[in-house]
Design a protein. Structure first.
Length: 135
């Protein structure tokens, strides 16, 4: 007894793969408004910002691959936080298939905070990103 249905599908060799545009609404953080749209590298800047500043697992609207875990880093030693935050940034950003690599990490900061600088290589170009983390 066969449980899976049989179908006869003819494959067309003229398959065209289309890239979905990255067009999204422009968020103007300094003015606290949303207006117009952005695409490609500008859209990626916004995507990276949103991923890095959305706490993973906290919002039901996002799947569990979206965002970055930060809460359990507070109060930890820098010797633990530095390699962990590098790993978490890479994991969070590489979940987006438009991001090809995250490189050139630099860490600085005093007691209670850490500044992280790195490069995000996307299919549209490279972004230089900074993130301040309270620890």
């Amino acid at each position: 007894m066969k449980l899976t249905p049989e179908t006869k599908i003819e494959m067309n060799n003229n398959i065209v793969i289309q890239t979905i545009p990255t067009l999204t609404y422009r968020v103007q953080q300094d003015k606290e408004i949303v207006s117009g749209t952005v695409d490609e590298l500008e859209a990626m800047k916004q995507a990276v910002y949103k991923i890095l500043f959305t706490e993973r697992y906290q919002y039901e609207i996002y799947n569990w691959e979206y965002g970055m875990e930060m809460r359990n880093l507070f109060g930890r030693a820098k010797s633990y936080v530095i390699p962990e935050i590098k790993k978490r940034i890479e994991e969070a950003l590489l979940a987006d298939d438009r991001i090809k690599a995250v490189t050139d990490f630099e860490f600085s900061g005093g007691k209670g905070s850490l500044e992280v600088k790195f490069k995000v290589h996307t299919i549209f170009g490279t972004l230089e990103v900074e993130r301040q983390v309270d620890i």
